[in-house]
Design a protein around this ligand. Sequence first.
Ligand code: MN
Length: 248
Amino acid sequence: MIDFHCHLDLYPNPHAVAAECASRNLYVLSVTNTPSAWTGSSKLGSASPRIRTALGLHPQIAYERKGELPLFEKLLPQTSYVGEIGLDGGQEFRQYWSDQVTVFTTILDACARAGGKVLSIHSRHAATPILDALKAQPDVGTAVLHWFSGKQGELKRAIEYGCWFSVNFSMISSIRGRTIVEGIPRNRIITESDGPFARVGRNPAVPWDVGRTVAVIAEIWGVPEIVVKEQILLNFRTLTTQGNLARD
Ligand code: MN
């Protein structure tokens, strides 16, 4: 199974969670919120070759961490994965919008100059500006929209641009989220936990909760779980081996 967006370094016991992922043979994309967290977080990947660490600068803290952009550029050659990055148009973060845009577009430019990366992108209340930025910089690599919550028209546009989508249990627990999942092409979907921020019931989500998400996707698609598992594994292989945005 695959958890393509997890904040492994933010669990109270990150080494135990990484070890559990290793023993369950999970593929994990361990995203980070600041460039200064990347080196330490990467060490969690020593638990398993299936754990990869993405270099990120989260939009919700872009205003206070924009000074880490030079560090971001310095570390970028060390990884093929970038995230968590993006824009957040929510009320509480709108006051820092210009810092968010500066950080996000600087990162997109750096990814394009580096020949393309796989990007895990936060687009809360910001799907249209995210898509505008991806249109303006088409050589960033492969964009994976994590926990997408945009409108149907924005979903359609994202699909046209070759975006992928990582979906979690919280997302597909709402009608709106399920409707989005129904609209995602089966060859562009991947699972994530967004743990420990997202929750499953009363608990912070853990990477192996992706099994529950697979079960719900199977219900939505009307197929056995094994079909979903195989499709997502195939998608994961495609996603992690292709160099550029799929333009099918
Ligand atoms: Mn996240």
